[in-house]
Design a protein around this ligand. Structure first.
Ligand code: MN
Length: 193
């Protein structure tokens, strides 16, 4: 079975002016597609795994039986495939505020403002390419952290709630070196809060 990109639920220009249409198009149709294709390329060699959900494979990445070089390519590209699925799902031109999640955030991080400060600092503190996450850990507790490259919280047995892509390809066309501006503006298109 070949995996495909999930359809975007909004148009490339729907997140303007915060995320521009040109970035969305190249990010989804080129970058995300490339992760998907390369993941499929590895899975062709392992028919037993090709029917499985990539999320499940990432959860068991440490014990999965693959050649080391294949595993490295798989880890990066399945991570890229799954992480971007979460990123697109995290965003919307229309807010769908999750009041229960906000309550939980306020309890865990003192206030929504404090949470945002922490999340922004985490996104800005990620040196080089990576992601900032809100996840639920194995005990159900909320955590904020970053991962580098395409590493996935699923591989730590955590469940992502939302994700911010801080690879330069996510913002460079519009923001160039201004990652802080991209991160601040992202709250406008984050669906849940
Ligand atoms: Mn990306």
């Amino acid at each position: 079975m070949k995996h495909t990109l999930p359809e975007l639920k909004y148009s490339y220009d729907a997140l303007e002016p915060y995320i521009d249409a040109a970035t969305m198009e190249v990010h989804y149709s080129k970058h995300h597609q490339a992760y998907c294709d390369k993941m499929n390329g590895v899975l062709e060699k392992y028919p037993d795994f090709s029917e499985k959900d990539p999320v499940e494979l990432l959860r068991m990445i440490d014990i999965i039986q693959m050649e080391e070089t294949d595993k490295k390519v798989f880890r990066n590209n399945a991570g890229g495939y799954v992480n971007h699925n979460i990123y697109w799902e995290s965003m919307s031109p229309k807010k769908e505020v999750d009041v229960i999640l906000i309550k939980e955030i306020e309890q865990e991080f003192e206030s929504l403002e404090k949470f945002k400060e922490l999340f922004e600092a985490t996104a800005l503190g990620q040196f080089g390419s990576g992601w900032a996450w809100l996840v639920r850990d194995e005990s159900g507790k909320l955590q904020v952290y970053s991962t580098q490259n395409q590493d996935s919280p699923y591989s730590k047995n955590h469940t992502p709630i939302f994700a911010l892509d801080v690879w330069e390809h996510a913002y460079y066309l519009k923001y160039q070196n201004r990652r802080p501006e991209y991160v601040k503006n992202w709250w406008n298109v984050l669906k849940f809060i």
